[in-house]
Design a binder for this molecule. Structure first.
Ligand code: ZN
Length: 420
């Protein structure tokens, strides 16, 4: 995953353009995503797909021709969607177009102006402080034209048509945790899910933030009722503890699955309630859409000083943290995928387990005693109202152990799976 992030890091992504398309092409070499296109100007709910943005070059030079800032040195130097300009100007004229972050004086901040008819440059506070009076030549050689917005989509079919949605944004230029970490984690997760038998179908979206998810929702309204739940993946590669932002419904299957994994294996993890700010979960959770989509992160957006600066680079994310998030995510989705409800077919007192060959496995070693308990919990609570995750929550027994007990009881005819 880290190696894939290294390939994607230098590409200049935005909400449209060649950097975004090239990033999707790199991902399509790993997993069979379709690269979709929505023409500029297309109405998507209350929005309109913007014009496509292209950069040829962008720089500021001082009066003796030295580069003060050059887009070639770092993608973050140019405010995304800067309009073209070619002009000599004084420092006073230039300053309103320059952005720095005094709290991170060595880092270049990230700024966008998608819907502003303006241009701007970002530079470190230290570089900004060194600018002297005098004239500066400014060149922003960009184009805004009728083109397209692109996103990547992959459906991994399972037994049923109901879907789990995994969404990540892919519009930030050269930032590793806020952007690339979600893209590479989603890519690796898809690779693994394609190799497994699945109950749910899994839909992966690699979309430019906000406008991309809105464009997808507007073009796929008929699919929305199929989506059972899902996750937005963002900021999943830093070494901080895991953070989960609940869905608006708070207790949907994905919320319960995350909380179960956190309770059992992530004592430091944080859980926050839904709020209509953040990543694309806010679009998926809006009143007319109302999907149960949570957001999985490590350090949450805005909580780390590197956030939205050039310090969110490849050294800020680690292979170990990405791997840890992947393992926890696989456990979460295992629960989502395998969570079923059953009916005890011998509910009049306890069945005589020995008759079904289940007594032997209960004798002897301590781990088997635990299995016996799991058998009793599953039998005792399979009245049709509790799913396996609920039985795991009530008993405090790991979901996998409950699932194994359920499979044994089903094999001998003591349980029947209830279909929704
Ligand atoms: Zn961001």
């Amino acid at each position: 995953m880290h190696a894939l992030a290294e390939i994607l890091y230098p590409l200049c992504r935005s909400i449209t353009g060649e950097g975004l398309r090239e990033s999707l092409r790199v991902i399509s070499d790993k997993i069979p995503i379709d690269i979709k296109s929505v023409p500029s100007g297309t109405r998507v709910f209350d929005w309109q797909v913007p014009q496509e943005w292209k950069v040829r070059e962008a720089w500021i030079r001082d009066s003796i021709g030295n580069d003060v800032v050059n887009f070639r040195d770092h993608n973050l130097h140019l405010v995304s969607y800067s309009r073209p300009v070619q002009k000599r100007m004084s420092l006073a004229e230039l300053l309103p177009h320059l952005h720095a972050n005094p709290k991170m004086p060595d880092a270049i901040p990230y700024r966008t102006g998608y819907y502003n008819d303006d241009w701007g440059f970002c530079l470190s506070q230290n570089a900004l402080d060194q600018l002297g009076d005098g004239d500066y030549d400014v060149c922003v050689d960009t184009d805004l034209f009728h083109g397209e917005l692109n996103y990547g989509e992959l459906l991994i079919p399972g037994i049923c048509d109901e879907e789990v949605l995994i969404s990540c944004h892919c519009c930030h230029p050269s930032m590793a945790n806020d952007n690339l970490s979600g893209m590479v984690l989603a890519t690796e997760l898809a690779t693994r899910l394609m190799e497994q038998p699945l109950r749910y179908s899994y839909r992966f979206l690699f979309v430019p933030g906000t406008i991309g998810s809105i464009a997808w929702l507007a073009s796929n309204e008929s699919l929305i009722p199929r989506i059972a739940c899902g996750l937005v993946l963002a900021c999943v590669g830093d070494p901080g503890a895991l953070t989960y932002k609940r869905t608006k419904r708070k207790n949907s299957l994905i919320d319960r699955a995350v909380e179960s994994v956190f309770r059992n294996s992530c004592p430091d993890a944080n859980i926050r309630d839904f709020m209509p700010y953040g990543y694309d979960e806010r679009q998926y959770g809006s009143p007319g859409i109302n999907l149960a989509i949570g957001c999985l992160s490590r350090s949450a957006y805005g909580t780390f000083p590197e956030y939205h600066t050039s310090a969110d680079d490849l050294s800020f994310i680690t292979a170990e943290a990405l791997q840890d998030t992947l393992e926890k995510l696989e456990r979460i989705l295992f629960i989502v995928d395998q969570n079923t409800r059953h009916l005890n077919l011998k509910p009049m007192a306890e069945p005589m387990l020995g008759k079904y060959g289940l007594y032997e496995i209960t004798g002897g070693a301590k781990s088997d005693v635990f299995d016996e308990l799991a058998l009793l919990w599953v039998l005792g609570f399979s009245d049709g109202s509790n799913d396996l995750l609920a039985i795991s929550e009530i008993s405090g027994i790991d979901f996998k152990v409950i699932l194994e007990a359920t499979q044994k009881l089903t094999e001998v005819g003591l349980l029947e799976e209830l279909k929704e």
